[in-house]
Design a protein around this ligand. Structure first.
Ligand code: AMP
Ligand code: GLY
Length: 434
């Protein structure tokens, strides 16, 4: 079987590695904007091109007799690459543009959730004018402010975090009005977690819950990043969650998939990413993404016991209910090495030298290969994943691996350590007690 992977980051390297483990001996092809050495090594052939160049990607897929194309990042979804590939007769694992809106239009996503009575939707309003928006900010008293679209640069800001008070919230929300509509919502208090599922249009196969770490520095300090690392617990339920939290989050995902079909007429196909806040009132939805998380894909895909090519075929043909999708009962810890100064002022074009990483897994992310050497680009560079029976052992494997990756790099020592996990547990205990 000929399989095309669209995208060239750590998440896509994890996707390629999972396809390469298949007993079906698939031939792997890729489209990526820069040569990811990890993906390139697993491929028969690759196209160096922007993933959003729909015409070029379809042409490449047709020329390579691709049977299934697997989408990595969100940008090609928003320009309709899935629609174009399907129209060319190619099976796709990734949602069509109409359903992918759930990620790239935050105002649409919230209105959709409310209109379909999806549980876990926070109080929110979508605004194009300042006066009613300011009144709503006052009414809620504690808010998160988001531009409605996928805006590179200016993003989500939250009170108590990037916004010191109501005046700052109003000022920031006002500044966003110039370009876009603005979503104002209640500030959800709790611990964040990620629940991902494979979806075939109708049926869902849930993955283990994962926690990402967005802040650049240890102890959750510094600016937000794409994610510095993540972990999961053996058995699939994070240490600060109880089983009922996961049951509720799964039901929200399932209801969302059903409602997406009713509202858009298209079934959701691919990995669906639910970003949740577990609050004193149960799980609330921060957002949905129409793809795997990065780094979260690197936690769950190595645990997949079911042949990934069978999973991909079942998604593309709508037969996921007939497949028993299993994950091994292990913990993982993923840690990213990022360029010094990332995200605000990163160094670039510095060599990355990978030494002995033991039995940890290595995923290349935003790097490029030149004359057999690997260099940084300014974004997250390489990730390592430790896998073991406990988070503690997995963390040691990941950290030991990081110590043997050299370059002008930075990483978070604390991700997956017992101290940090205890803080999460204590935080939730306190919230649930009130
Ligand atoms: P992103 O949308 O990935 O740029 O990041 C948004 C981040 O802002 C999330 O990971 C949360 O930490 C935070 N956030 C977004 N919405 C809310 C909300 N309603 N309440 C509290 N925090 C939020
Ligand atoms: N880890 C966050 C994301 O992939 O959006």
């Amino acid at each position: 079987m000929n399989i095309l992977i669209v995208g060239g980051g750590g998440r896509e390297h994890a996707i390629a590695a999972a396809v390469a483990r298949s007993r079906k001996d698939p031939s792997i092809y890729a489209v990526m904007s820069k040569k990811n050495p990890g993906i390139a090594a697993l491929c028969e052939d690759f196209l160096l091109e922007k993933e959003t160049n729909v015409e070029k990607v379809v042409e490449f897929a047709v020329s390579k007799n691709i049977e299934i194309a697997v989408m990595g990042p969100e940008a090609p979804l928003a320009v309709g690459l899935v629609d174009a590939l399907e129209d060319a007769g190619i099976g796709v694992v990734g949602p069509r543009k109409a359903v992918a809106q759930i990620e790239f239009d935050k105002a649409w996503a919230r209105n959709f959730m409310k209109g379909s009575n999806i549980a876990g939707c926070p109080k929110f309003g979508v605004f194009t004018e300042k006066a009613p928006m300011d009144a709503f900010i006052d009414e809620l008293g504690n808010v998160a402010v988001k531009p409605a679209g996928l805006t590179g640069g200016k993003g989500v800001k939250v009170m108590g975090d990037q916004l010191p008070d109501l005046a700052a919230a109003k000022e920031y929300a006002g500044s966003l009005l110039e370009g876009d509509s603005v979503v104002v919502e209640e500030n959800l208090i709790g611990e964040e977690f990620t629940l991902q599922a494979f979806v075939d249009g109708e049926n869902l196969a849930y993955m283990p819950t994962v926690q990402d770490h967005k802040r650049a520095f240890e102890n959750d300090l510094g600016p937000n990043t794409g994610g510095m690392g993540s972990y999961n617990e053996a058995g699939g339920i994070l240490p600060f969650l109880v089983e009922d939290d996961v049951v509720q989050a799964r039901a929200i995902m399932k209801d969302t998939v059903k409602a997406l079909r009713e509202v858009t007429g298209a079934g959701y196909k691919g990995a669906l990413y639910g970003q949740f806040m577990i609050t004193k009132d149960g799980p609330k939805v921060i957002e949905f993404n129409a793809r795997f998380g990065d780094p979260e894909a690197m936690n769950v895909l190595p645990l997949l016991e079911t042949d990934y090519v069978d999973v991909l075929s079942a998604i593309a043909t709508g037969t996921l209910d007939k497949l028993d999708v299993k994950f091994s009962n292990k913990a993982t810890v993923c840690k990213y090495a990022v360029p010094a100064g990332y995200p605000d002022n990163p160094t670039k074009d510095r060599e990355v030298i990978v030494g002995d990483i033991g039995d940890a897994l290595l995923f290349y992310s935003s790097v490029y290969e030149k004359d057999g050497k690997v260099y940084t680009t300014g974004s997250r560079a390489v990730a390592v994943v430790g896998m073991a029976d406990s988070i503690k052992e997995a963390e040691i494997k990941a950290q030991n691996a990081l110590e043997n990756i050299n370059g002008d790099l930075h990483s978070r020592r604390d991700i997956g350590t017992s101290d940090l996990i205890q803080k999460r547990i204590d935080h939730m205990k306190e919230i649930r007690a009130n």
